[in-house]
Write a protein that binds this ligand. Structure first.
Ligand code: FAD
Length: 298
């Protein structure tokens, strides 16, 4: 039997705003680092609103841990000169991977600016730095909320690939069919880069519902209704969420997903619970996620 290739597992963090938040992130990142993930990524507020926070967090993780760190960089509302400066700083820090995004301008905050789409940012990075950076971009199996139509959203990924993107990470979703259909559409459009599913662990309902409404991710009715019915019973929400997301990941792995990118919200426990459980089914593909090694942070 042919050995299965290891899955590329990555974890996304946001830049913390308080000393307590920094401590909490460090603890979570240290534990996740023990599993030797493919990379960590750190989000970026559109218009540069978390610029310093993102850079500081990337630097901190880079110095403390031996995991590749990929800053997110968004272009909407940002001056190209500032973006080039940021890229230069990342180069100095040894960063080799960037998640290039358009971002969403907070309402009332400025103008879109010169770089209107992520494809413009990818082109700028390639022009300024050649092949130095490995570039990830965003993809939307359930279609980006502002896309003119589903087909154009796939073409938008093509525009980003043509501009120089190496691979993509999806918005989270709970319906694996949306992902597999999207991959077929991408292949038909001539897109052949890896598209890694973004995974959102379920630990809470109201925040997840709010997030999902904003970003266009669908919570299927059967999941929504069950989560609603648990009310404040956090234990039941977590147990149900773990089962649902574990089964989703199983389907994605069985269907050939190249990896899993976890939206951690700066917590290690939800992602690790899923990965520890997956290890039992895919020990070869998830060697470094053997449960006994890890004590997760709640
Ligand atoms: P784009 O690829 O530019 O697409 C945006 C919209 O414009 C789409 O509807 C697309 O179809 C349309 N479009 C693109 N080009 C054209 C064109 N030439 N003509 C007409 N329509 C076009 N946001 C943050 O602010 N910070 C983050 O750190 C962050 N990280 C993320 C990480 C991942 C993995 C994902 C999936 C999303 C992330 N986001 C982040 C959210 C993202 O910024 C938003 O979803 C944003 O609305 C779109 O960004 P994009 O890079 O996909 O934009």
């Amino acid at each position: 039997m042919q050995a299965k290739a290891p899955l590329n597992i990555s974890f996304e963090f946001f830049p913390p705003k308080t000393a307590e938040g920094i401590l909490h992130l460090c603890e979570a990142a240290e534990q996740l680092a023990e599993c030797q993930p493919h990379f960590f990524s750190v989000t970026f507020g559109a218009g540069g609103s978390t610029r310093e926070g993102t850079i500081d967090t990337v630097m901190m993780l880079n110095q403390k841990l031996s995991v590749q760190v990929a800053p997110h960089l968004s272009c909407i509302g940002s001056d190209p000169e500032d973006i080039l400066l940021t890229l230069h700083q990342y180069k100095e820090m040894g960063v080799r991977r960037i998640v290039a995004l358009r971002g969403d301008l907070p309402s009332g905050m400025g103008q879109a600016g010169e770089l209107r789409y992520a494809s413009d940012l990818v082109a700028l990075i390639r022009k300024a730095a050649g092949d130095y950076f490995y570039i990830e971009v965003a993809a939307y199996p359930e279609i980006h909320p502002q896309a003119t139509c589903a087909a154009d959203d796939v073409l938008n990924l093509k525009r980003k690939v043509d501009a120089g993107a190496n691979s993509a990470i999806t918005q989270y979703f709970f319906n694996p069919d949306a992902y597999f259909y999207y991959l077929d559409e991408c292949a038909r459009a001539g897109i052949h880069i890896p598209v890694t599913p973004g995974i959102m662990p379920i630990t809470q309902f109201s925040r997840l519902a709010r997030f999902s409404d904003n970003c266009g991710a669908e919570i299927p009715r059967w999941i929504r209704k069950r989560l609603e019915s648990y009310g404040d019973d956090v234990k039941s929400i977590k147990a149900f969420g773990l089962e649902v997301v574990y089964q989703l990941c199983q389907k994605l792995i069985d269907g050939g997903a190249p990896g899993l990118h976890f939206y951690t919200l700066n917590k290690s426990a939800p992602s690790l619970s899923i990965l520890n459980q997956l290890f039992n089914s895919y020990p070869e593909m998830l060697k470094s996620f053997e449960p006994k090694k890890i004590q997760a942070v709640e």
